[in-house]
Design a protein around this ligand. Structure first.
Ligand code: SAM
Length: 351
């Protein structure tokens, strides 16, 4: 067990007892969840909710029947929401390394089984290190969806986490997760600060390092779903941070064969049928792809694949093929994908 792991276990197992004990707002969810998540959340046990330390929304639409893995599941809040949304025939596995967090998660398995009216529970928790997922009893290529909420920043070897996650996903599956990112690399002395690391700040990746790692392990075209500025709300820690800006960002990373490094134009288009229960009027693939029901929309080759080679296939009509290439798809940039004062990054109050 490394020094960082011991310090993180100490922080989440002993130092913090409930969400209000956090010293900054980094591990706080700054966005109100959509209605169907709120409804599921109301059924989650109070003790589980009290120990929630997530920073964003991690459950995408259309999860019924899916097999989901939650990395760093903590007291199990997102696992239990997912357990409700996947239904009795879906399955949820949570992995965490801190005994105290696992104890709370495990304590309420039966409560949620009864609450959801399932004959047998569809959720289980494993003790393990998310930097060694390949050593756990998990079948490669067996998960439809991998979620994680404010955890990967706490890992030392983030590339290993993403590489193992990629291996565990089915083809056409996705990793949909929320974490903290910075607008530059953290100086080593701040990375050694146990409170800044424990609060999910100084372990955060510089956003472009994250994108490069994700692409290197096989998630060729990472898509940001939403982002919020983290305002920290702690004068002493803010002073240590100086000009470094942090963001809570939800990304979706699809495991799809043949995605290209850039958005290429093959003259393709799609039409959303309005059939996804949670997003009938329009479907948001990411923060710059909104598909109103019934409207034919031109898409790049990668977006076409994200809709065609995944669980969303039956919800779209597809036009065109791959026979003619028209060059780069207009509007694909390489700039920082979120901004301190931008429309999408309004800071909000939390916990
Ligand atoms: C900020 S909390 C988030 C917990 C949970 N996702 C939530 O939203 O409440 C971070 C959690 O990740 C776990 N964790 C951190 N690093 C880990 C690692 N390398 N392997 C397994 N769990 C880890 C901690 O034990 C803690 O429960």
């Amino acid at each position: 067990m490394s020094e960082i792991h011991t310090s993180v276990q100490e922080y989440y197992g002993k130092e913090l007892e409930k969400s209000e004990d956090l010293k900054t707002n980094a591990c706080c969810t700054l966005t109100a969840p959509p209605k169907h998540i709120m409804e599921a959340l109301r059924e989650v046990h109070d003790e589980v909710q009290a120990k929630y330390y997530g920073c964003g929304l991690t459950i995408p639409s259309k999860v019924e029947g899916l097999k989901i893995l939650d990395l760093g599941s903590g007291s199990g809040r997102d696992c239990y929401i997912a357990a409700k949304l996947v239904g009795e025939h879906g399955e949820v596995v949570g992995v965490d390394m801190t005994d105290e967090q696992l104890a709370v998660a495990n304590k309420h398995i039966e409560y949620h089984r009864e609450q959801f009216g399932y004959a047998t529970s569809n959720v289980r928790f494993l003790k393990g290190n998310i930097e060694a997922l390949d050593e756990l009893d998990l079948e490669p290529g067996s998960f439809d969806l991998i979620i994680s909420n404010c955890v990967i920043n706490l890992a030392e070897n983030k590339e290993k986490v993403l590489r193992d996650a990629f291996a565990l996903l089915k083809s056409g599956g996705e990793m949909y997760f929320s974490d903290v990112y910075a607008d530059r690399r953290f100086p080593v002395e701040l990375q050694k600060d146990p409170v800044l690391w424990g609060e999910c700040i100084s372990g955060a990746l510089y956003w472009n390092d994250f994108l490069n790692i994700a692409k290197r392990v096989g998630f060729t075209d990472p898509r940001a779903v939403e982002n919020k500025v983290i305002t920290v709300e702690n004068p002493e820690l803010e002073e240590k941070l100086g000009d470094i800006n942090c963001f809570s960002v939800t990304y979706r990373l699809f495991k799809i064969d043949g995605l290209e490094s850039d958005c290429e134009d093959y003259g393709q288009a799609v039409k959303y049928k309005g059939t996804i229960a949670e997003e009938k009027a329009s479907f948001d693939l990411d923060d710059h792809h909104n598909f109103p029901a019934g409207k034919v929309m031109p898409v790049c080759g990668n977006t076409y694949k994200m809709l065609h080679d995944t669980r969303f296939k039956e919800d779209f009509e597809f036009y065109g093929d791959w026979s003619t290439h028209y060059g780069i798809f207009e509007g694909c940039g390489g700039a920082m994908p979120f901004s301190v004062g931008g429309e999408d990054s309004a800071a909000a109050s939390c916990c």
